[in-house]
Design a protein around this ligand. Structure first.
Ligand code: AMP
Ligand code: TRP
Length: 339
């Protein structure tokens, strides 16, 4: 039996957040790379689906790779690379656009939300890039090119992984078995960390207002301030109720996850007599959680040659992993081999 293959990615559209860490990255480092053949990717092509600044994407791509290494990804144990360095992703993406329908792309929640935001010009450009619609075909290509079994992601990506499964099955049925059908895996708590200032929306790295977003590289005092100022709900009783008390439930999720999930958020609720006490403990737990990452990042940030070397070797390995399956898909769908 071959080892389980894991693939996941992060978009360089902003600084990485506590949501990225608790929803995805922490598992990559603490579990996935130790138990499976794991491949992690800075998915820079996905950052071009909304209005972007070229210099910023370049800077954020390098920074995301550095933060992932600081978070504990070990190039001896996993493969870390930048999506645009491996042509197989866009090669396969086209075949998956020829497998998907425009209806299923338009049904994606993220497309509906982001395209509405872009059209409204609300921090966006007033128009919608075609790639925002076709994005899930590229994401499916990222996953399927590697024969992936598991995709560790936060809740917001579940629908995209579901579509990836549909495309894999449809392609296999039509053209013969080429792809493994992957499944999403989610963390036991904090699969959807909410914005501290608006606990009904996701903590997202590209939001304009940063007061409700904890960035992984925030100074400890900034982290404390953001959490102490988190919007909580009417009343003062600490209960775990995502509907009625989303702000408090979010803090309980974060605290549970930051302290290693030894206690469920529902259990933790009983330990606090006030919102203030809950915020204080949550703030300290998050500061401690992020401390080693911040320290490793400080040491790595001057090691640009090392990071570049890791990415170069990662891209080479990734190319070798993806190439045979993408070639097989080209043959299966009816394209004449070049030789
Ligand atoms: P992105 O920032 O969209 O590139 O997401 C990278 C990974 O982090 C994906 O697996 C997301 O599902 C996950 N993620 C992003 N934001 C959150 C959040 N607020 N809560 C939990 N997981 C998240
Ligand atoms: N779409 C994902 C996000 O926005 C990022 C991503 C791109 C991804 N390709 C992927 C995640 C492949 C997992 C697997 O978060």
């Amino acid at each position: 039996m071959s080892r389980t293959r894991i693939f996941s990615g992060v978009k360089p559209t902003g600084h990485l957040t506590l949501g990225n860490y608790l929803g995805a990255v922490r598992r990559w480092a603490e579990q996935d790379q130790h138990r499976a053949d794991a491949v992690f990717c800075v998915v820079d092509l996905h950052a071009l689906t909304v209005a972007h600044d070229p210099a910023r994407v370049r800077r954020l791509s390098r920074q995301a790779a550095t933060v992932l290494l600081a978070a504990g990804l070990d190039p001896e144990r996993c493969t870390l690379f930048v999506q645009s360095h491996v042509d197989e992703h866009t090669r396969l993406s086209y075949l998956l656009e020829c497998t998907a329908t425009d209806g299923e792309m338009r049904r994606m929640i993220q497309y509906k939300e982001k395209s509405a935001r872009e059209r409204a010009g609300d921090g966006g450009s007033g128009s919608v890039r075609l790639s925002l619609l076709t994005y899930p075909a590229l994401m499916a290509a990222d996953i399927l090119a590697y024969g992936t079994d598991e995709v560790p992601v936060g809740d917001d990506q579940a629908q995209h992984v579901e579509l990836t499964r549909d495309l894999a099955r449809r392609f296999n049925e039509r053209y013969g078995h080429v792809f493994t059908v992957p499944r999403a895996t989610r963390p036991p708590v904090a699969a959807r960390v909410m914005d501290l200032q608006d606990p009904t929306s996701k903590m997202g790295k590209s939001h304009a207002r940063s007061a409700g977003i904890v960035y992984l590289l925030d100074e400890p005092d900034t982290v404390r301030r953001k959490i102490m100022r988190a919007v909580t709900d009417g009343g003062s009783e600490v209960r775990y109720d995502r509907e009625a008390q989303p702000g408090v439930a979010n803090l309980l999720d974060i605290l549970s996850a930051a302290t290693g999930c030894t206690q469920r958020p529902e259990e933790l609720a009983g330990e606090f007599g006030s919102y203030g006490a809950l915020k204080k403990d949550t703030a300290e737990a998050v500061v401690e959680l992020l401390r080693p990452l911040r320290e490793r990042h400080a040491a790595l940030s001057s090691e640009t040659a090392y990071v570049e070397g890791v990415l170069r070797a990662g891209a080479e390995r990734a190319r070798a992993m993806a190439r045979p399956r993408v070639d097989a898909a080209y043959r299966a769908i009816g394209l004449l081999p070049p030789e």
